[in-house]
Design a protein around this ligand. Sequence first.
Ligand code: NCD
Length: 309
Amino acid sequence: MSLLKGRSLIEPDDFSLNEMESLFKLAEIIEKDEKYLRDSCRGRLLASLFFEPSTRTRLSFEAAMLRLGGNCLGFAESGSSSASKGESLADTIRMASSYADTIVMRSPKEGSALLASRYSSVPVINAGDGGHHHPTQTLTDLLSIKLLLGNIENITVGFCGDLKFGRTVHSLAKALARYKAIRMIFISPKELILPDYIKNNLQKQNVDFIENENLEKSMPELDVLYMTRVQRERFFNEDDYIRLKDTYVLNSDKMSAGKEKLIVLHPLPRVNEIAIEIDSDPRAAYFKQAKYGMYIRMALLASILGVNI
Ligand code: NCD
């Protein structure tokens, strides 16, 4: 695993498929034995710099680092950092990288993690850069598919909701394009379709995909349904958000058309797009998925920090 030592993770395909496979294997071991790698990062520091709200990503990174025996420092909102005084990202990163062994950061600006990696003397992990990418959510999503369906090949994946601003969708689609026989169905209102730059890449890679507006119609075909929330904070006007926010609500009626082995994933937070009644359906996998996120982040941190595994 020393291959990943000192590496940054900015986009979902920064690591090779083999490198990702090693991370999944490691996460699977940790999932079975939570004590595995305990204390392997003693004395190491993670700076977690969140300029945007987060529950799962930040807490699972911090939990991962603490479980590995390391420590965390950082901030959970830009208002409590010197960014609020006008400090540039470059300067913030220069400082954080002189205090910590690795940095995980989230920012509302597309491209910020890449920029940060140019000023950092330690690896930078992108925990979401605006409506662009979110590669550690993708590792979480791929691990979930692997653990719950057995492999990441030969499946039909439906993405539903805000495909325009949803960075987790952009990253997962880009990552899945590298696996064999993946079919993708992008289900969204016209206003929230997948950006052209993502579609163009899928076309270049000859990925089999279609776009439609109808969740019910696609349900019977899906092996994975990836639901997403409408990203209110990225809308230019509130009226558009209100008009579009409840376009899709997954309820028991719609689930009844799904395969028996379907898995429903969601990066969370959920707002209204999955009815609470679905939580008890055995096909609802989003809370498990969130827990897998901690295991894969343990595997990622240990690997980037060069732990001998
Ligand atoms: C997502 C994000 O921040 O992009 N959440 C997450 O990290 N699990 C999804 C979202 O906010 O809708």
